[in-house]
Design a binder for this molecule. Structure first.
Ligand code: FES
Length: 571
């Protein structure tokens, strides 16, 4: 006998409680047979006009619903907190965990059998997967898709990446303010999320590599009819997954995370994927550590030629074959047995795909960067780890010894960086403190500090930068990030002073502060934590309970899978 669907515990009886559950649902016109035991599919929508990357989801969701209906399910859409990267202050990352709580409780508390997650902008993908991971129902994700390529003065420009570039060109005096303003409208030409291989496209690719989306999900532009078709097929497929009882925990296995980490190296993906995948694994209960990023991804070449590591954009990636074609190129490094939401393995999904543009998705023999991936650094400056993305760094700085120039906060940096009397040159190491999970709070994307104007004017375009912050997935440079423990938690980063010598050796995975232990102990004895910027509310809870970057920056009490059972009735 088929297992009784979860939703039937709400809708399947003849008692007072079932009356209540059904009667109110009927006020939208649902007939009696809507509750006849068909799978109820919750569609978890991160639509918001304040999250421009997800502002087209009102249209996209109709295709998901059509697919659910076609397959014999009942689609019920619900909104959740939408973390928009471009507007939320002090940083969208502060609210990723809050959104994940919303998702988890909305899924568990409602009469749904399976879930479609609608994600787009950077934090929406991890927050949805984290929340759903703690419930472990049959779950599938669809991304909103990237914007069309930006076009400016006859060339392609990429979200974020060219903002950083243009901004430095203006400060260096090689781009006019008028051209800078004109590029603003040229960059964002259609609905969708950032079309560089920034965090949104990275996380969409990670979701696809993890096997929680249909193949092809990451790259179809938001406005491509393929995206609407994929939404429809996603709606159909979740109904099948409910009937098969194919749950998230069967897909988000260690094999799947290993595949995703390797794919992150191949696509030149965002450093933000590190904290997000660690947090998602923590929710579903899969063993994954920051060191896995180095050991699993170390030898993976970057073969996807997209900004910020390369030159193309997501539209080009789509036409070349996207994630499936990249997985095919990488197939001997992947676990092809990993199960996906299609009900088939990765190997079966990619059996017949082709690479249509070997300059966008390079053959391994012509990789963009031979050793891509994420390097995990350790040393007395980062006892619990720090990361750097070699494909976005300058080769001549990968081994470097320089004098620290320290900024105690982002405000201190802004006030000081362009001071003509600041003692700094291209060999200096810029150090930013108190921008980690507790310190900012929320671990803002400020680690790729812009260089001092006087050095930009001399043509300097990269320097070693070190912080406990994150950086935008669209950014580039020799930037050491996620230093753990962070300065605000009393990590050694807090003890660095102007003039200290710092050694970076990416090949040796070393980050060393060349100051004696005695001196560091002395400095530690006089260190006091900064006073939190906001007392009370969610921010207080966050600062008190957030884990460090090497553990995914989740809230400690949210780690783990709590399942979907709710033993108590509501009335
Ligand atoms: Fe939303 Fe980049 S700002 S994806």
């Amino acid at each position: 006998m088929a297992k009784k669907l979860r939703s039937q515990h709400w809708f399947g009886g003849t008692d007072k409680d079932s009356f209540i559950h059904r009667s109110w649902m009927k006020n939208n016109g649902l007939p009696d047979d809507a509750f006849d035991g068909r799978p109820v599919i919750g569609i978890c929508n991160t639509f918001s006009e304040l999250t421009p990357c997800n502002a087209h989801f009102r249209g996209l969701v109709e295709h998901v619903k059509a697919g659910v209906l076609e397959a014999g399910g009942l689609p019920l859409e619900f909104p959740v907190f939408s973390c928009g990267e471009s507007n939320l202050r002090p940083t969208a990352m502060l609210f990723r965990n809050l959104a994940s709580m919303d998702v988890e409780e909305a899924i568990r508390g409602n009469p749904i059998d399976g879930v479609v997650l609608m994600a787009g902008c950077d934090k929406t993908t991890p927050s949805l997967l984290m929340g759903a991971g703690s419930c472990d129902l049959p779950t599938i994700l669809i991304s909103g898709g990237p914007m069309l390529n930006g076009k400016f003065k006859g060339r392609d420009i990429g979200s974020g990446t060219d903002v950083w570039r243009f901004s430095e060109d203006v400060r260096a005096g090689v781009m006019s303010r008028a051209n800078f303003m004109a590029a603003e409208s040229a960059m964002s030409r259609s609905p969708g999320h950032c079309m560089t291989m920034g965090t949104a496209s990275t996380m969409a690719s990670m979701a696809e590599a993890l096997g929680v989306t249909l193949p092809g999900n990451a790259a179809y532009p938001a406005v491509d009819a393929h995206r609407a078709r994929l939404a429809r097929l996603t709606g159909r497929r979740i109904v099948g997954m409910v009937r098969e009882d194919l749950r998230l925990s069967q897909i988000l296995t260690r094999k799947a995370f290993a595949n995703a980490i390797r794919m992150n190296g191949a696509i030149g993906g965002s450093t933000n994927a590190v904290v997000h995948l660690l947090a998602i694994a923590g929710r579903i209960g899969t063993d994954l550590s920051i060191d896995d990023w180095d050991t699993l991804g170390r030898d993976v070449p970057t073969i996807v030629n997209l900004m910020p590591s390369g030159r193309y954009l997501m539209e080009d990636f789509c036409y070349a074959g996207g994630v499936p074609a990249t997985m095919k190129e990488l197939s001997d490094l992947l676990d092809l047995d990993a199960l996906t939401v299609t009900g088939q393995t990765v190997g079966e999904n990619i059996a017949d795909v082709e690479n249509h543009n070997p300059d966008v998705i390079r053959p391994r023999s012509e990789a963009l960067v031979r050793h891509g991936g994420i390097a995990v650094l350790r040393g007395n400056l980062a006892p619990n780890g720090a990361i750097i993305k070699p494909s976005a760094a300058s080769p001549h700085l990968m081994r470097h010894r320089g004098r620290a120039v320290v900024f105690h906060s982002i405000e201190h940096y802004k006030a000081r960086v362009d001071d003509p009397s600041l003692e700094i040159d291209e060999t200096s190491v810029m150090v930013l403190q108190n921008c980690g999970p507790k310190g900012y709070p929320g671990m803002a994307e400020v680690g790729n500090m812009a260089l001092p104007q006087k050095l930009l004017e001399r043509g300097v375009r990269d320097m070693v930068r070190i912080s406990d912050a994150r950086m935008s997935g669209t950014a580039f440079g020799t930037v050491v990030l996620h230093v753990a423990p962070e300065a605000a938690a009393g990590g050694p980063l807090a003890l660095v002073r102007d003039g200290d010598i710092i050694e970076l050796d990416v090949e040796a995975r070393r980050l060393h502060l060349d100051v004696s232990n005695e001196e560091l102990s002395q400095r530690q004895s006089t260190w006091t934590p900064a006073v939190p910027q906001m007392a009370g509310g969610y921010q207080s809870l966050y600062v008190e309970r957030v884990l460090q970057a090497d553990r995914g920056a989740d809230l400690d009490f949210l780690v783990g899978c709590r399942g979907a059972a709710v033993p108590r009735e509501s009335h």
